[in-house]
Design a protein around this ligand. Structure first.
Ligand code: NAP
Length: 295
């Protein structure tokens, strides 16, 4: 069994982006990081993104509206950033506090600044295999991890556990693309799938993104499979100072010995997600002059 080291692969990608940004003429890329309220996980995610921007040479503009902001006020803020020519990318950190509609905000962001890849147009471009679009960072990060670990999906059976718009669906579409490293046969499973284990056992590559701690057990995995564990779950652990530990959607101790490659949690998919946000921001900066034609 080989561990797919997301920290190391992300570090390589970050170094590449840093070199690319250093070569850009004119102003550096700029991303607006919008965080509504003080949700501790969101505070931590935005801080991580801000730090990585600084490391690469990307300008980050931090905007922290209060939790009381209305939908219309948030729209107005997004409109302002959409119209600002010095901003290349806009990220509105999810989850948004209730009653704000996340999907409505994602759609409000100009598609050519949608570095999170959640806009309808960008999901459509993914389905059409139009590479000018932005792909959601976690699934794009999964593909980078696989490619950079020498795992070709061509002709393989990829089983994706989970059908969210953020991970499952775009991951499945990426694996399906007519690209040299993709070309997989793809099955998507979800909470209503019958005989789940009989399907996961057919997977050459299993991508688990369901948010259920240690759900995938050894009896659900084909020996020699590649396992990508997207899950990030907090489970109570009295031995930790925080009172919890992070675990994936895969029961690592029993599954790891069976498979050919596996991502750990933490240190697998997680670091790639932030790195791919940076990659999308640099891409937005490069495409900026053509933004008017983005459709
Ligand atoms: P989500 O929106 O809650 O979607 C979960 C999906 O899993 C749904 O499609 C759901 O099916 C399916 N599911 C739930 N229980 C299931 C079961 N028992 N059997 C089969 N399918 C089941 O979650 P998400 O946003 O995709 O995130 C998934 C996990 O990835 C979470 O742990 C999240 O924290 C993690 N994540 C990590 C990163 C990272 O950077 N590492 C980024 C994003 C997410 P239905 O559609 O039928 O409800």
């Amino acid at each position: 069994m080989e561990l797919i080291d997301g920290n190391q692969i992300a570090a390589t990608l970050i170094a590449e982006l840093k070199a690319e940004v250093a070569k850009l003429t004119g102003r550096p890329p700029c991303i607006a990081l919008v965080r509504v309220g003080e949700d501790p996980a969101s505070v931590s995610y935005v801080t991580k993104k801000q730090k990585m921007c600084a490391e690469i040479g990307i300008e980050s503009r931090l905007i922290f509206p209060p939790v009381t902001i209305s939908q219309d006020e948030l729209f107005a803020l997004v409109d302002q950033l959409n119209a600002d020519p010095s901003v290349d990318g806009i990220l509105v950190q999810s989850p948004l506090p209730k009653p704000l509609s996340e999907i409505a905000v994602f759609r409000r962001i100009a598609a050519h600044k949608d570095v999170d890849g959640f806009h309808t147009l960008n999901l459509g471009k993914l389905a059409q295999e139009d590479d000018t679009g932005f792909i959601a960072c976690t699934p794009a990060g999964i593909m980078e991890l696989l490619q950079r670990s020498g795992v070709s999906l061509t002709g393989k059976h990829v089983v994706v556990l989970g059908r969210s718009l953020i991970v499952g669906k775009p991951a499945a579409l990426l694996a399906l693309q007519r690209k040299p490293w993709a070309n997989a046969t793809v099955t998507i499973c979800h909470s209503q799938t019958a005989n789940l284990a009989s399907i996961t056992r057919l997977a050459d590559v299993l991508i688990a993104a369901i948010g259920k701690p240690e759900f995938v057990t050894a009896d659900m995995v084909k020996p020699g499979a590649v396992i990508i564990d997207v899950g990030v779950n907090r489970v109570p652990d009295a031995t930790k100072k925080t009172g919890y530990r992070l675990t994936g959607d895969v029961h690592f101790p029993t599954v790891a010995p069976l498979c050919s490659k596996i991502t750990p949690v933490p240190g697998g998919v997680g670091p790639m997600t932030v790195a791919l946000l940076m990659k999308n921001t640099v891409k937005a900066r490069r495409q900026h002059s053509a933004a008017a034609a983005y459709n």
